[in-house]
Design a protein around this ligand. Structure first.
Ligand SMILES: [Mg+2]
Length: 240
C-alpha cells in the first residue's frame, strides 16, 4: 500500500512546524511494509532534501511536475513530467514576466524550480496581481493561486497526473484503490476529485468553502489537525 501525502499543513503543522508525528508516521508505515510518497507543490530542490534526509524512496514535487526517486545505484534521479518544449516555453515566459513586470517578486525558490515558477503575490498590490494574471491568460500559461503564491507552468501538471503516472510506471503492481492520499488545501483538489481514497486533515476546514472538490473523508477535531490526523488515520487503517 502507498500512502501519498501533501507536505505543508498535512505532514507539518500549519505554522510550518515539523513535529515528531512526522517521524512516527514514517515508522508506522515502514513497520507495516508500506510506503510514504510525499506529493508537494514545493520545488525539486525540496524533493532532494526530503529524499536525502528521510527514509523515503520517491516523492512527487512541483505540484506533480516532477518525480524524484532513488535509483538502482542509490542516487537521486529526476523525471520531469512535461516536455522539454514546455520547459523552454516556461523559461521564456519567466523572462518575459521579469522584463514587463520588473517589480513582481518571484518566490525565493523559483531558481530551484524546474517545471513551474512561483510569484509572492502577498507582497503585491492587487492591481499588479490582476495585470500579471491577465498577461498569463493572454499567453495561455497555466497558473493557480495558493495562500501565498501564484504558481505558473506550461503543459499539463497536477498532483493527480503525477501520482497516476508514478503508480503506472514505478509501482505497477499497486492499484490506486489500495492507496490513500492526505491533503489540506485547494492545491490538493485534483487528488480529491479523481483519487478515490482521499482524506482531508481537520485543518482543511479553513478552506473547505473554496474547494470545488472536497476529500471523500474529512477528519474533525483539533486532535486530527495536520500530521496528527494523518497518524491517527494510518493507525486505524493498519490495525484493521
Ligand atoms: Mg498543504
Amino acid at each position: 500500500m502507498i500512502f501519498f501525502s501533501d507536505f505543508d499543513g498535512t505532514l507539518t503543522l500549519e505554522k510550518r512546524e515539523l513535529t515528531r508525528d512526522f517521524f512516527e508516521i514514517i515508522d508506522l508505515i515502514h513497520k507495516h511494509g508500506h510506503e510514504l510518497v510525499i506529493v508537494s507543490g514545493r520545488s525539486i530542490s525540496w524533493g532532494h532534501f526530503l529524499l536525502t534526509h528521510f527514509p523515503l524512496k520517491a516523492c512527487i514535487m512541483e505540484g506533480g511536475g516532477v518525480v524524484l526517486y532513488i535509483d538502482e545505484h542509490g542516487e537521486i534521479a529526476e523525471e520531469p513530467l512535461v516536455s522539454i518544449k514546455e520547459l523552454d516555453r516556461l523559461r521564456h515566459f519567466t523572462s518575459e514576466i521579469k522584463h514587463h513586470y520588473p517589480h513582481v517578486p518571484l518566490s525565493a525558490d523559483s531558481f530551484g524550480r524546474l517545471t513551474d515558477r512561483a510569484i509572492e503575490f502577498h507582497l503585491m498590490e492587487q492591481a499588479w496581481v490582476d495585470q500579471v494574471m491577465n498577461f498569463m491568460d493572454q499567453e495561455k500559461i497555466n497558473y493557480s493561486k495558493s495562500n501565498v503564491h501564484i504558481n505558473f507552468w506550461c503543459g499539463e501538471i497536477s498532483k493527480y497526473l503525477g501520482v497516476k503516472y508514478f503508480l503506472e510506471k514505478y509501482r505497477p503492481g499497486i492499484l490506486q484503490t489500495d492507496c490513500w492520499f492526505f491533503g489540506d488545501a485547494p492545491n490538493d483538489q485534483s487528488m480529491f476529485e479523481l483519487f478515490h481514497n482521499s482524506v482531508g486533515v481537520s485543518n482543511i476546514k479553513h478552506c473547505l468553502h473554496r474547494l470545488t472538490h472536497k476529500p471523500r473523508i474529512i477528519l474533525e477535531g483539533e486532535e486530527n489537525a495536520g500530521p496528527k490526523g494523518v497518524l491517527n488515520f494510518i493507525q486505524k487503517i493498519t490495525s484493521r
